[in-house]
Ligand binder design. Structure first.
Ligand SMILES: Cc1cc2nc3c(=O)[nH]c(=O)nc-3n(C[C@H](O)[C@H](O)[C@H](O)COP(=O)(O)OP(=O)(O)OC[C@H]3O[C@@H](n4cnc5c(N)ncnc54)[C@H](O)[C@@H]3O)c2cc1C
Length: 341
């Protein structure tokens, strides 16, 4: 197996709350114990300032899968890469796929890396390129975006003793709605916290698009504002803007190829399901590939049907979440989601 990644090592990115149900997948993959040994902080639950009722806190105390994790993403991804190497994968990184040709029932891949250009042959190719969905799109699959959500985010330090740290609800992810979108904050495994605002480009009220503008708007929020003040939150990074919209490939597999993770289905982060879905589709996609290679299945129809169901469930979930904020239905951000729902 050849694993090609354009990044030499995992890049800094947002998205750290891994839900408890992922425990089952990591166990099935026989990497749960090694993952636990890396001791990412526990993800204990969620606090939401959403809708016109009081703030809601849900914890994972009674969850049969116990807490999830607030991951150090770079460490988690490096761990997954090393697990693949231990199971026989060869990693080529940084490297890019520059050409792809179907010859009989094989693929010929043209690759460019620091060592120059090379050719590789493969029976199956897996598109795990995230939102870029580079391979699926190259093979003609249509990438369908259902909205234009973008995340504007920074990370920052927090100060003070245990009492102040407590104000930041250690172990909890926090979301808060507002007229132009919604906010997210969570403690980071590596210290400090992440702060993100989700909105659409044409209604983005952040002017100028800078970290200070983001923090000032957050400080005025009734829920997250006091939390940031009490924990002494201070921005440490420039503002990053990342696509966070719902999107899918119209075909998630074809003759000799399959898409997994965000390449196949990309979720709005409010669903808190992206990493779980990436692990799930990697797992079920790997089994489908194994069966196709050994002749136990003659194609990926079961896999693509399964993803259709996942997408339908996700759409229903999203409609319920956005539908449970009635206060700003006349505002474009919420009106668009009500129509979609
Ligand atoms: C703002 C935001 C917040 C989020 N928060 C959460 C959260 O709290 N919890 C959660 O579960 N999910 C969250 N997510 C979603 C989660 O981050 C993604 O679902 C997850 O990263 C998908 O994993 P993936 O492996 O499919 O893709 P990615 O993580 O995007 O990985 C893609 C990989 O492919 C490589 N690559 C890309 N293009 C090429 C190419 N052409 N050639 C070679 N290599 C390539 C990249 O270097 C990278 O290593 C969030 C997403 C966003 C946008």
């Amino acid at each position: 197996m050849l694993l090609v990644d354009r990044a030499a090592t995992p890049e800094r990115r947002i998205g750290e709350s891994l839900i408890p149900a992922a425990r089952r997948l990591l166990r099935d993959m026989a990497i749960l114990d090694a993952h636990e040994a890396l001791v990412h902080p526990a993800y204990l639950g969620n606090r939401s300032y959403w809708g016109d009722g009081p703030a809601q806190t849900t914890d994972f105390l009674r969850d049969p899968d116990r807490p999830g994790w607030h991951l150090d993403r770079a460490r988690f991804e490096a761990f997954l890469r090393s697990a693949a190497i231990q199971r026989g994968a060869t990693v080529m990184a940084p490297a890019r796929l520059t050409g792809l040709t179907r010859i009989a029932d094989k693929w010929e891949l043209e690759l460019t890396s620091n060592d120059g250009e090379s050719l590789a042959r493969a029976s199956l190719i897996v598109d795990a390129t995230g939102r870029a969905a580079s391979i699926g799109k190259r093979l003609g699959a249509d990438r369908q975006n259902t909205d234009r959500l973008a995340a504007h985010w920074i990370t920052g330090s927090t100060t003070g003793g245990p009492e102040r740290a407590e104000a930041g609800m250690p172990g909890f992810s926090v979301v808060e709605s507002e007229p132009a979108g919604w906010w997210y904050t969570a403690p980071l495994a590596e210290g400090g916290r992440v702060l993100a605002f989700h909105t659409e480009p044409d209604i983005n009220p952040l002017a100028p698009r800078e970290a200070d503008a983001l923090v000032n708007r957050a400080l005025a929020l009734p829920g997250i504002g006091p939390m940031l003040r009490e924990t002494g939150f201070s921005p440490e990074t420039a503002l990053s803007v990342t696509a966070a919209n719902s999107a899918r490939l119209a075909e998630t597999a074809g003759d000799g190829w399959i898409a997994i993770g965000d390449a196949a289905l990309s979720f709005d982060p409010i669903a808190s399901r992206g990493l779980f879905n990436a692990l799930y589709t990697a797992w079920s996609g790997a089994m489908a590939c194994h069966d196709v290679l050994t002749g136990a299945r003659d194609g990926f129809a079961d896999y693509t049907n399964d993803l259709e169901n996942v997408w339908a469930l996700y759409q229903r979930h999203l409609a319920v979440v956005y539908g449970s904020e009635p206060r700003w239905r006349d505002q474009p951000f919420w009106a668009r989601r009500a129509v979609a729902g």
